[in-house]
Design a protein around this ligand. Structure first.
Ligand SMILES: NC(=O)c1ccc[n+]([C@@H]2O[C@H](COP(=O)([O-])OP(=O)(O)OC[C@H]3O[C@@H](n4cnc5c(N)ncnc54)[C@H](OP(=O)(O)O)[C@@H]3O)[C@@H](O)[C@H]2O)c1
Length: 257
């Protein structure tokens, strides 16, 4: 196989959660450009539909817009069932949707905020992965799941305690699933981004003191762009990483080493 063929997603059907903007949209576009059909998941159908039309026009691949709240079990079940109905199978799942509603010390964090973070960042990926693994196994196995963790899941961040715990849990979900699913040829890996310029990270980038402190710890001396996560996602989703499972790729400009 030639090197470029190893990274091809031709004939693959991918679900990307949190695909309405930021890192998820970059991955969805990158996967379609690599030959995959892509189901875009976010909370609002009206946001997703024009994006799906763009993907079809620009890449010639199939695209689905599938509204789903990743903190709601019934939504997730219906979303996965809808993609399976439409396309007959799912080869790639990217659990990218994530949330962090507050920055607060754990000692004063509202329990309802903890629940929301865990529901969207951990339980949603668990439920989506479980449904996708069952469908992959029913079709004879094979497939790739990529979980969007964070460097906060490797080193706990002050004021982002619950978020850090959720991303550490997502990393362990990655490893547990990888161990359970390897015999079915299903690989499960994670990406841990550092600071990436998206709506999600706007407060960290726009608060000069925090931004400068973060850049001082970053050998490449800048924050990243959403497109800079696509290479790692494509590697993990494609045959290029055929012998890689249960791993985490850190994409952070070198901020933690
Ligand atoms: N940016 C960073 O510095 C950074 C660093 C490390 C890790 N990450 C992780 O990267 C992932 C993507 O974040 P981003 O930076 O690209 O943020 P973003 O631009 O704000 O995008 C977040 C995406 O998640 C979706 N989403 C949020 N809550 C959802 C829910 N309950 N159900 C379904 N979709 C939901 C949003 O869609 P709608 O609002 O349209 O529903 C949107 O598409 C997250 O898991 C985040 O934790 C980001």
């Amino acid at each position: 196989m030639k090197p470029a063929e190893r990274f091809s997603l031709a004939g693959k059907r991918a679900v990307v959660t949190g695909a309405s903007r930021g890192i998820g949209w970059s991955i969805a576009r990158g996967f379609a450009e690599a030959g995959a059909d892509v189901a875009l998941v976010g909370r609002r159908q009206e946001t997703l539909e024009p994006l799906a039309r763009d993907l079809v026009e620009q890449t010639g691949q199939r695209a689905l817009a599938t509204a789903c709240h990743m903190g709601k079990a019934a939504d997730i079940e219906a979303m996965i069932a809808g993609v399976l109905d439409a396309w007959g199978g799912i080869d790639i799942l990217v659990n990218n949707a994530g949330t962090n509603p507050v920055m607060a010390p754990l000692a004063t964090l509202e329990p309802s905020a903890w629940d929301k973070i865990m529901d969207v960042n951990v339980k949603g990926p668990f439920l989506a992965s479980a449904a996708v693994v069952r469908s992959m196994q029913a079709q004879g196995g094979g497939g790739s799941i990529v979980n969007m963790a964070s460097i906060g899941g490797l080193d706990a961040s002050p004021l982002l305690g619950a978020y850090s715990v959720s991303k550490a849990a997502l990393l362990h979900l990655t490893r547990a699933l990888a161990k359970e699913c390897g015999s079915s040829g299903i690989r499960v890996n994670a990406i841990a981004p550092g600071l990436i310029e998206t709506k999600f990270a706007a407060a960290l980038i726009e608060t000069t003191a925090i931004h400068e402190a973060l850049l001082r710890q970053t050998p490449l001396g800048r924050h990243g762009q959403p497109d800079e996560i696509v290479g790692a996602a494509l590697f993990l989703a494609s045959e290029a990483s055929a012998f890689v499972t249960g791993q985490v790729i850190v994409v952070d400009g070198g901020s933690r080493m």
